[in-house]
Ligand binder design. Structure first.
Ligand SMILES: Nc1ncnc2c1ncn2[C@@H]1O[C@H](COP(=O)(O)OP(=O)(O)OP(=O)(O)O)[C@@H](O)[C@H]1O
Length: 244
């Protein structure tokens, strides 16, 4: 597969739709009544409606749009944590996703144990994790708390460890949702510097963010979603200008 820019496609989303159900009154009486009447109590709506997106190897793409436009849902479908109701999502390459703070971490395990768990989930073998362990912990700067159960971590500490593990898994495709926002300013700068390095190394990046200044610096291309549909797919400056 070769995209319009002549580079091999790493992500190909075609005709993707995702519905969610807004449930209102779930009382037993109403469920029984609606079952008899054959009526669907759920008020379903399309979070994504016939979305197509192709990302070439080494491209840096921002998913932009107002609250509720479907950005995170699209990122979750690309990462594979959610499946579409219609259409297809194909991804080629090792993915590391930072999508929800604390996702992939077990609350009763320590930071150290979670580095092994999370590293394994992201495809690293035990020997590799052991070899990179000190570097991961040093990047996170939470050495003092590495043997504390992560249920006692703040959201910033989760982010630190999750980001540190993810960037040390040698990902070909890096997916990042808004979560960088929970880091303090120095750590955010450190993450951004690392993301720039990944970009310079030719990794593929897909970022969801409302920080237009940040994405304009990090990404080449912007995809704008509006009520679950792609309304623009263009260079980052034009895409960002639509939202300003
Ligand atoms: N698991 C879910 N169950 C029900 N509705 C959901 C679920 N996940 C998302 N939605 C709904 O789907 C729509 C799109 O949500 P999504 O999180 O993808 O938007 P977003 O563009 O990332 O928004 P934001 O900028 O606010 O983060 C929203 O109306 C949201 O309420």
């Amino acid at each position: 597969m070769t995209g319009p820019n002549g580079r091999a496609d790493t992500i190909r989303v075609e005709g993707v739709s995702k519905q969610f159900h807004l449930r209102h009154d779930r009382s037993l009486k109403n469920l029984v009544v609606s079952a008899f009447r054959g009526k669907d109590l759920g008020n379903s709506f399309a979070a994504l409606d016939d979305v197509a997106l192709t990302v070439g190897e080494g491209e840096t793409v921002a998913l932009l749009g107002l609250n509720g436009s479907g950005k995170s849902t699209l990122l979750k479908l690309i990462s594979g944590v959610m499946t579409p109701d219609a259409g297809s999502v194909r991804v080629r390459g090792r993915i590391a996703g930072l999508i929800e703070v604390g996702a992939g971490f077990h609350p009763d395990l320590t930071g150290r144990e979670n580095v092994y768990l999370n590293g394994a989930i992201l495809g690293m073998d035990e020997a590799t994790i052991t070899r990179r362990f000190d570097e991961i912990v040093a990047f996170s700067e939470i050495e003092r708390f590495i043997d504390t159960e992560v249920k006692f971590y703040s959201s910033g500490m989760f982010l630190r460890l999750a980001f540190a593990v993810a960037v040390h898994t040698d990902p070909e495709i890096f997916l990042i949702d808004e979560i960088l926002a929970v880091g303090d300013a120095p750590f955010q700068q450190k993450c951004l510097a690392r993301i720039r390095e990944l970009r310079a190394e030719g990794r593929t990046l897909v970022i969801v963010s409302h920080d237009l200044d940040m994405v304009e610096k990090l990404c080449d291309r912007g995809v704008v979603l509006e009520r679950g549909r792609v309304v623009a797919d263009e260079d980052i400056s034009s895409a960002v200008a639509r939202l300003r």
